[in-house]
Design a protein around this ligand. Sequence first.
Ligand SMILES: Cc1cc2nc3c(=O)[nH]c(=O)nc-3n(C[C@H](O)[C@H](O)[C@H](O)COP(=O)(O)OP(=O)(O)OC[C@H]3O[C@@H](n4cnc5c(N)ncnc54)[C@H](O)[C@@H]3O)c2cc1C
Length: 307
Amino acid sequence: MVTGQRHVPTLSVIRQALRHVQGDIRWDEPLAPYTSLQVGGPADVLVFPADVEDVIHAVQGARFYHLPLMVLGGTNVVIRDKGVRGIVMHLKQLSKVYEEKTNRVYAQAGVRLPRLMQFSLGWKLSGMEWAAGIPGTVGGGVAMNAGTRLGEMQDVLEAVDFVTIHGRRKRIEASTLSFLYRKTMLPKGIVVGAWMQLRSSAKDTIHAATSQYLQYRKATQPLTLPNAGSVFQNPPGDSAGRLVEAAGLKGVRIGDAEVSVKHANFIVNRGAATAEHILLLVRKVRERVARKFGVRLILEWKVVGER
Ligand SMILES: Cc1cc2nc3c(=O)[nH]c(=O)nc-3n(C[C@H](O)[C@H](O)[C@H](O)COP(=O)(O)OP(=O)(O)OC[C@H]3O[C@@H](n4cnc5c(N)ncnc54)[C@H](O)[C@@H]3O)c2cc1C
């Protein structure tokens, strides 16, 4: 959540707050189709800013009228069934990516990481191989410090193109930020783009590293069913998947939510799961693992929306 809710927003107030926004605006829009888990209720309003100016207008409007506003990339979140009050912003129109100068790539926040990886491959730039198979956006990748054992956003990020909660655009140098496991310590606001420092390399070498990793993912993760990536963070010195599997939870279901039989740190939607089913299953897994191993698993997903 970029700005916090101080009162229940009315549609007329939201309309007023968004009056300068040029991009597409959809009212009472179901959010499930915009998430990789395919669950969740509607947003009061879903905004697709046409450009960074639009993001600034929406942020300023939300701030002026004390409206909640959040950005949705959709691949690491669970939207609750009652949906989200206030403004949800989807940055798919911020989709430019280019080589700004030798080895330095600028990507807008709505670019999906696999596209950025393909772009880098095309320009024979190495450094983004870790992003192969991470379906999130550049904005979400920066906010989450997305990564794999091949590397993470922190390794290549030079600076963040950012809109503050006051609606001011600024460049934040990566050297001034702290990076944690799956979290970048950013001020409150919206990532609208990122500069990444890559290095030139042979296309074959980059291609070999990424395709090997994609094959590994395909073999070990339930990619054919809706999911939101790893459910829990790995506890220090252990793996969440190992603990969940050892607790006998593989294949356990609540409604259509299932602990994947392929990888125990994934929960999949077998068709008609609701957010409630999924969150009940999360609770069950946590309780069982805590009881059996004394380990309190920490959720990697973000859970948002009205309770
Ligand atoms: C099959 C699958 C495999 C995955 N594998 C990996 C993996 O290997 N490694 C990994 O790290 N992740 C993985 N993920 C999770 C996910 O893709 C990443 O966490 C990604 O970085 C989330 O990006 P998103 O754009 O979908 O953001 P969301 O999931 O929508 O949001 C995540 C958080 O970032 C914030 N956020 C999003 N965009 C912005 C923005 N522009 N400005 C400010 N804040 C923003 C949101 O508000 C939220 O708090 C996987 C997911 C799936 C479905």
